[in-house]
Design a protein around this ligand. Sequence first.
Ligand code: NAD
Length: 297
Amino acid sequence: MRIGFIGLGNMGGPMARNLLKAGHELTVFDLSETAVAAAVKAGASKANSVAELASGDRELIITMLPAAQHVKGVYLGDNGLLASVAAGVHLIDSSTIDPMSAREVAKAAAEHGNPMLDAPVSGGTGGAEAGTLTFMVGGEPDEFEFARPVLETMGKNIVHCGPAGNGQVAKVANNMLLGISMIGAAEAMSLGVSLGMDPKVLAGVINTSSGRCWSTDTYNPYPGVIDGVPSSRGYTGGFGTDLMIKDLGLATEAAKSVRQPVVMGALAQQLYQGMSFEGHGDLDFSAIIKRYSSDQE
Ligand code: NAD
């Protein structure tokens, strides 16, 4: 397929490489010359602007941008995608943004004659490299079926979540729960250790009992409990606290739009924000456990 790709960052770069590996003809654009050069080296052609990419002969255009303001700028701006693209070209936005903005952009695309999906991902940069991402997809069922084979070259689980915006709904709900459950895991592990338990024994009990969750059995925040996770390498790599704050902000904003209380989500957001305020926003979010112990600096 002739595909355009905009946004070649930590996630978009490897996703674009997987599309090239699968044999698609790729044209790319990014504000970063370095990111474009890397994609060109991997076999992509380069466009000099969003408008140039959009006005070319593409069947599908995928975007992977930092946040809603970038997505709105790229799609709805004066020299943006919708101002230049032909009706009928398929559009997929894989950025993580709030569901309301995703619906606004999808509506504008539909009015222009372009079917659009929101398809945010989970799986991080490792999943993007390995082509094992989960795609949570919102949009029309026919459009989902059209996009599925392309998404399968970049991901392993491709899930249709309902109409436009619902991919983002699934993403914010999951990540809000992750943010909350990590704090619960940190609190329980710290309490047990403070009261005299060995952290590995405690994790073993929790992981065969009713407190078990991903934050305890796969990504335990207590150092040394699980090899190879951020807590066992000084909380480097992994999922940065500032990215978790972004996702919790999306959840609390989306909750406001339906007047739904998200008490735990908002509390989690404030706790991670405190950590970032103190200069630790680049550490993995499981470093929230440092709030509970004095001996883990
Ligand atoms: P990133 O900042 O590494 O990459 C974003 C890219 O978009 C950059 O290369 C930037 O130059 C480019 N860009 C920004 N504005 C542009 C514009 N107007 N035109 C063209 N290019 C533009 O971000 P990332 O880590 O790749 O994340 C992308 C999205 O995926 C975000 O919404 C993020 O929340 C989400 N996400 C990230 C991860 C992760 O682990 N990094 C995991 C899941 C989801």
